[in-house]
Design a binder for this molecule. Structure first.
Ligand code: B1M
Length: 215
């Protein structure tokens, strides 16, 4: 079994210590962050999701697997944000009210940091009022909202409405993402952009920056 397979299995078998040790070994061998993410962490977490859906795993197992994944992401973060990239705009990000999923949000944040953006992370279960307050205080170029549940994605329009009510809607581009979302949903709620994954999220802000400022 390769080390990448061992890491994937450590996530699936809910072994945080093994996951961290294996990641250290992979990094020492010079394996790239993209391979660690795409060949081990994301497929591992997908399998955990499948086991959960089929009733083989319960919330506690999924929670420990998520802790293992977040700890491992922290180890590879320096690789994702290394290099001499130009400083770019500011992005406020948070997971929408009622939703506690943060792995995807953290990954998207890391990739944006790697592309030169300053990130203000509001965490999970963020109310519309908190999003509005952060936009008022931080004056970001983008507000990114993550949702992982079909129920909580329906709370995103309330954030956009709260921005409108506060007179801040035209000051910030609203971007949305998360597994149950789609481009048609983003269009329907009046968001300025949708990204399917972390790589797409980087392309999205670079495309909007280019359209808006030419840089
Ligand atoms: Co939850 N959960 N969970 N869970 N969980 C899902 C999402 C689920 C699909 C599992 C399943 O049934 N197969 C299901 C949702 C079903 C639905 O609504 N359609 C589900 C459920 C039901 C629940 C609970 C209700 C379970 C319960 O209590 N009975 C509960 C809800 C709690 C709450 O939020 N209020 C719950 C709880 C949890 C844990 C707390 C145990 C844990 C989260 C811990 C944490 O995040 N710290 C958890 C986990 C880990 C999962 C799964 C297994 C993995 C999610 C994940 O991290 N994926 C998930 C099943 C699955 O996805 N296969 C599941 C890896 C991550 C890299 O991908 O998050 O999709 P993802 O992020 C991607 C893209 O979506 C996108 O880019 C990211 C990187 O590529 N993206 C953005 C995300 N945010 C973006 C923002 C952007 C752009 C792109 O801004 C522009």
């Amino acid at each position: 079994m390769t080390l990448l397979e061992e890491l994937k299995n450590a996530i699936i078998n809910v072994e945080p210590k093994k996951a961290e040790e294996t990641t250290h070994l992979l990094l020492n061998q010079g394996v790239g962050a993209a391979d660690i993410l795409n060949q081990a962490l994301i497929p591992g977490m997908d399998e955990v999701g499948r086991l959960f859906k089929e009733g083989e795993y319960y919330v506690p197992e999924v929670l420990v697997a998520a802790k293992a994944m977040n700890a491992t992401l922290n180890l590879i973060e320096p690789l994702l944000i290394q290099g001499d990239v130009p400083r770019r705009g500011k992005i406020v990000i948070g997971t929408v009210e009622g939703d506690l999923h943060d792995i995807g949000k953290n990954l998207v944040s890391m990739m944006w940091k790697g592309a030169g953006y300053t990130i203000v992370d509001l965490g999970v279960d963020v109310t519309p009022e908190r999003f509005v307050e952060a936009v008022r205080q931080e004056k970001p170029d983008y507000l990114a909202i993550s949702a992982l549940l079909t129920s909580t994605m329906l709370h995103i329009p309330a954030v956009i409405q709260a921005l409108q009510a506060a007179g801040l809607r035209d000051d910030v581009k609203v971007l949305v993402g998360g597994a149950p979302l789609s481009q048609p949903f983003a269009n329907e709620i009046g968001a300025d952009g949708y990204a399917a994954d972390a790589t797409d999220a980087v392309s999205l802000v670079r495309r909007i920056d280019l359209e808006e400022t030419g840089t």
